[in-house]
Design a binder for this molecule. Structure first.
Ligand code: RIB
Length: 298
């Protein structure tokens, strides 16, 4: 089984529970506020580990972030490549409304202090059989893609949050795209799910493309397969981290030898369980929970 190096963000999520999202010019009172572990990188590492993958998280936290390391280690994530930065740990301000939907503002903090030397020294520990997972919440992403590709590793990319400069990234170096329709539109200019996947496959015909479609489930495409999978109906408490859970369970599935269909199924069950609980990383289920819920969620 390959090792997975997840070079990604670790955030402290400041989660405000509100009836409706605040509008421009408005002041509202939150029903509650919690400080929870998060960050797309951290959430995906926790999901990978809980799905059974051998995952190494790399990135930077500040002096206020040691508890995030404890949480990752407790979930089974290797953290020896996480460094300390001078600035504070990344932060997210998250509003969660009555329907469990969220809106998020992220501040990079320590996630923006990853140097090329940090990357070079981490990559020495990985080889061509291993996989790099990336999102878009840290600095030096292009350098990471180029260096990892040069050393023959496969690259899985969740281009989130979307930024316009990503359109010119070397997508021919990406082996697996894991994205939603907004990111797909941003990268390709296409709105139709089939056209998004086709446009990405034109950039790298050997890639796997996993396009999540909200309530319509997920569309998977590679050169030989096209597979769709629906969602499972559950009471929605908080959607924060659902995509990260899907990414972690899907990637753990395919790198662990599961079929595409089974990896999509496990990832869909895992993200359904995740949205039925509050928080991001804390809401990610274990593989045991996913396997038992799978029977109930047919
Ligand atoms: O995907 C959810 C995550 O996005 C949150 O945990 C927040 O930290 C932001 O990175």
């Amino acid at each position: 089984m390959p090792k997975i190096l997840n070079y990604g963000s670790m955030n402290i999520d400041n989660v405000l529970r509100v009836e409706e999202f605040v509008r421009p010019g408005e002041t509202i009172v939150a029903q509650s506020m919690e400080h929870l572990p998060g960050g797309k990188g951290l959430n995906q590492s926790v999901a990978l580990a809980q799905a059974g993958a051998e995952v190494y998280h790399a990135g930077k936290i500040g002096p206020d972030g040691d508890w995030l390391l404890d949480l990752m280690e407790h979930a089974g994530v290797h953290t020896e490549f996480v460094g300390k930065a001078g600035s504070a740990t990344g932060k997210a301000i998250i509003q969660v409304n009555h329907a469990g939907q969220n809106c998020i503002v992220v501040y990079h903090g320590a996630n923006g202090e990853i140097s090329k030397q940090d990357i070079d020294s981490t990559l020495q520990h990985f080889g061509p059989d291993d996989v790099l997972l990336l999102q878009n919440e840290i600095n030096n992403i292009l350098y990471l893609i180029d260096k990892t590709f040069e050393q023959g590793m496969k690259i899985a990319w969740n281009p989130s949050p979307f930024a316009p400069e990503m359109k010119s990234y070397p997508m021919e170096k990406i082996s697996c795209f894991l994205l939603n329709e907004i990111e797909g539109y941003g990268l390709t200019g296409e709105q139709d799910p089939e056209k998004i996947t086709q446009a990405l496959l034109r950039r790298n015909p050997e890639a796997k493309v996993v396009l999540t479609l909200g309530k319509s489930g997920v569309l998977y495409r590679d050169a030989d397969h096209s597979v769709r999978h629906g969602i499972y109906q559950v009471p929605v408490v908080d959607t924060t981290g659902a995509g990260d859970t899907f990414t972690g369970f899907f990637l753990a599935g395919i790198t662990g030898g599961e079929s595409i269909e089974e990896a999509l199924r496990l990832a869909s069950v895992a993200s359904s369980l995740e949205v039925s609980r509050k928080g991001a990383a804390c809401a990610i289920p274990t593989m045991q929970e996913v396997r038992s819920a799978r029977l109930a969620l047919q």
